[in-house]
Design a protein around this ligand. Sequence first.
Ligand code: GDP
Ligand code: MN
Length: 396
Amino acid sequence: MNLHEYQGKEILNSFGVRIQRGYVAQTPDEAVAAAKKLTEETGTGWHVIKAQVHAGGRGKGGGVKLAKSLDEVKTIADQIIGMDLVTPQTSAEGKRVHQVLVAEDVYYPGDSEPEEYYMSVLLNRGTGRNMIMYSTEGGMDIETVAEETPHLIFHEEIDPATGLLPFQARKIAFNLGLSGAAFKDMTKFVAALYKAYTDSDSSLFEINPVLKTSDDKIMAVDAKVSLDDNALYRRKDYAAMRDKREENQVEVEAGEKGLNYVDLDGNVGCMVNGAGLAMATMDLIKQSGGEPANFLDVGGTADAERVEAAFQLILKDPAVKAILVNIFGGIVRCDRVAQGIIDAYKNMGTINVPIIVRLQGTNADIAKKLIDDSGLDVQSAIEFKEAADKVQAVLA
Ligand code: GDP
Ligand code: MN
């Protein structure tokens, strides 16, 4: 689950990672109130107004702006709230901004060269270890740095048995070219950041930029935090941070119905039971010249209600030109699934997309007969390849 910057910073702050402070605001008036509060607490006169959407590159899209007075706070907040922010990481339509973070300006005026670094914590799946990835080239796209100056990106792998060791934090501070108070502060920052990552059950932290202020303080100016969904059950407070407005609406609806659905770009809708079979089905669709429009695992109980819910989800995607139902009847019997498909089809009235159903396993032959005798515009198949060929034929 992805978080907004302000939520990620709340988590960092709770673990003692120094952050650029701020308050979230839903309206321009709230933004002004937040700015006044920050001035009282931090003495800052200038504020940055930052669009809160689940996408990076906001600065480039005009979603991060400096306000030098309360009037400017109001005008800028008014501009940003409600805009469709387009960044290199959003679609061309952009993302609607519902709220802004009003933060203290930490790039002090007169600071000739604020130092910006890049730092992320993530799991290296190759070695099965967490690692800290960092670079002197902060504030810009890390992808660009990786392409043009890969030698400026460093990695530090952490042994799960010992956790992050003090020498590793020092090595990071050293490689970032720090000395004196900033060096010491960076070692503290790294240690707190790593503890925050592990103790919050996160799967990704990306802090870009990490800032060194002119008075040698290290702080997180931005925060991209992804939490591990599988651990959310034990962190109700984090689970409550979910902002469904930022997610794919069809995926949210599927989740509410207990269906495992991921929206994809292709033209063949898939309804499958089991994630492994779903993957194999997507491969076969590709091989036969189609592109999967979605990943959909209906799970073990493919009854009429679930099958209908699944059809409805798939048909929300206007790009779908055919639907392939590929279900293995192990625990659930094929004839029951077939009846579910027939009932769902009849319930829905007309479906204007060809449907190919492949049912394999217990009572597959009875299931095929049920489908064939139903009088509905549904093609049946028993073999995987046969189903794929039928999909290819309807797409042609
Ligand atoms: P992103 O563009 O979505 O990655 O958003 P960031 O939070 O990284 O902000 C983008 C850029 O805004 C940063 O790289 C900074 O250069 C700038 N910025 C962020 N905070 C401040 C601030 O307090 N003062 C000033 N002057 N600039 C800031
Ligand atoms: Mn950033």
